[in-house]
Design a protein around this ligand. Structure first.
Ligand code: PGA
Length: 251
C-alpha cells in the first residue's frame, strides 16, 4: 500500500555535465524497476538540465531546499514554484546539514513545507537526533519536537504530499548505519506521532524513509522492517551503479 521511495541527495557535488552523465546512466539501469519511486536531488544549477534528461523515464527530480515566499526581494533564495518550473516533483526540507550549518529550525521547516505543498511539490521533511541526544536518551523527545514543529498547522488533506525522512545525525556520512531495529523503533514512533497529529489513515499511508549511510549491502535489511518505506541516500547515491542497486532492493 505504501509505495517505497528511494531518494538520492547529491548534496554539494557534481557539475551540470557530471549530473547529466550520471542520470543518463541511472535511467537505463533502473528503467525496469517497479513498485518504487526513484528520486534524485542534484544542486540547483543542474536541475533543469537533469530534468530534460529524465523526460519519459521513471526517475523523478527533487531540489535540496527551497524558500517559503513566492517571489520578492529575497536575494539568493529559490521559491517552490520555480522548482516546479525546473521540473521538480519533490523537495528535501530540513536536512540536518541545513539545520547544523544554515540555521534551519522547526519554524523555517514548517514554513518551507507549507509553501512546497502549496506549490504542488512533495515535501521530504527530515528529522533526526544527534549522537549526544541519543546517548542522553532524548531521541524520542527530539523527534517529537521536530515533527510537531515541522508539521504544525498542516491539515490531513495536505499530508499525502509529505514524506518523512528519519536521519539520525550520527549515521549521516559516517558509515555507521542505525541497526534495522534501531531504525524501526524510531519509525514506529514517528508513525504513532503522525497518527496523533493527523489520524490513523494518514499515518498508515505516510512514507517514512530512513537515511544515514544506506548502501547496497544494508538496504534490504532496512527495507524489510515494517515501518521503513524507503531511503534517503547521500554518498551511495552519487554513483549510478550503487544508487541503482539500492533502488533495486526489491528485485
Ligand atoms: P549518507 O547521507 O547516505 O552519505 O549518510 C544521507 C543524507 O545526508 O541524506
Amino acid at each position: 500500500m505504501r509505495i517505497p521511495v528511494i531518494a538520492g541527495n547529491w548534496k554539494l557535488f557534481k557539475t551540470i555535465g557530471e549530473s547529466v552523465a550520471m542520470v543518463q546512466e541511472l535511467k537505463s539501469l533502473v528503467a525496469n524497476n517497479q513498485g518504487v519511486e526513484i528520486v534524485v536531488a542534484p544542486v540547483f544549477t543542474a536541475l533543469s538540465r537533469v530534468n530534460d534528461v529524465l523526460q519519459g523515464s521513471n526517475v523523478m527530480l527533487a531540489a535540496q531546499d527551497c524558500y517559503w515566499e513566492e517571489e520578492g526581494a529575497f536575494t539568493g533564495e529559490v521559491a517552490p514554484a520555480l522548482l516546479k518550473d525546473a521540473g521538480c516533483s519533490h523537495v528535501i526540507i530540513g536536512h540536518s546539514e541545513r539545520r547544523q550549518y544554515f540555521g534551519e529550525t522547526d519554524v523555517t521547516v514548517n514554513k518551507k513545507t507549507r509553501a512546497a505543498i502549496a506549490a504542488g511539490l512533495c515535501a521530504i521533511v527530515c528529522v533526526g537526533e544527534s549522537l549526544a541526544e541519543r546517548e542522553s536518551e532524548q531521541t524520542f523527545s527530539v523527534i517529537e519536537t521536530q515533527i510537531q514543529g515541522g508539521l504544525a498547522g498542516i491539515t490531513a488533506d495536505a499530508a499525502p504530499h509529505i514524506v518523512i525522512a528519519y536521519e539520525p545525525v550520527w549515521a549521516i556520512g559516517t558509515g555507521k548505519t542505525a541497526t534495522d531495529a534501531q531504525a524501526q523503533e524510531v519509525h514506529t514512533f514517528i508513525r504513532q506521532l503522525i497518527a496523533k497529529t493527523f489520524n490513523q489513515p494518514v499515518a498508515d499511508a505516510m512514507r517514512i524513509l530512513y537515511g544515514g549511510s544506506v548502501k547496497p549491502d544494508n538496504v534490504k535489511g532496512l527495507m524489510a522492517q515494517p515501518d521503513i518505506d524507503g531511503a534517503l541516500v547521500g554518498g551511495a547515491s552519487l554513483k549510478a551503479d550503487s544508487f541503482a542497486a539500492i533502488a533495486s532492493f526489491n528485485a
